[in-house]
Ligand binder design. Structure first.
Ligand SMILES: [Zn+2]
Length: 148
């Protein structure tokens, strides 16, 4: 019943995707959630349960971490709130001050561009307001924020 080829493929696939997510500035909980999805698809009940448990714990931890330490909680608030709008403006200013500009464009941290596609600053504002800010992107390493 054990299919070695399928197993190896899954492991390699997970490894590549994890590296990719890390490179794009995603947080560990999001990567675990992705691995959980793969686990569900492969139908392995044990790995699904373990990953699900770790995922939940880390999400709870991250929730408090973001709120207490970094105050980037606005990322998860409603997009029609004043707080969100003001914070988007703060992000735009931060990106202008610290971000690396190429052809007058910065990486767009919206849910669709996920820091892979560069956009005009005006378009970035529009994307974040209309589509939403990448929820896992709480340390703005793609816009010049330096990790301690
Ligand atoms: Zn975008």
């Amino acid at each position: 019943m054990f299919d070695l080829r399928h197993f190896m493929f899954s492991v390699i696939f997970m490894f590549i995707m994890t590296c990719w997510y890390l490179v794009r500035g995603c947080s560990i909980p999001d990567i675990l959630c992705f691995l959980l999805c793969v686990g569900i698809e492969s139908g392995d009940v044990r790995s699904r349960t373990i990953l699900g448990f770790i995922c939940t714990l880390l999400n709870v931890y991250e929730f408090f971490f973001i709120n207490v330490v970094m105050d980037r909680s606005w990322i998860t608030t409603s997009r029609i709130s004043d707080e969100y709008e003001n914070s988007v403006e703060e992000f735009i200013q931060f990106a202008k001050r610290n971000g690396v500009r190429v052809n007058n464009k910065y990486y767009c941290p919206c849910v669709n561009c996920v820091n892979v596609i560069r956009q005009d600053i005006e378009l970035i504002r529009e994307h974040i307001l209309c589509d939403g800010f990448l929820k896992s992107y709480t340390i703005w390493t793609w816009h010049g924020e330096v990790l301690e």
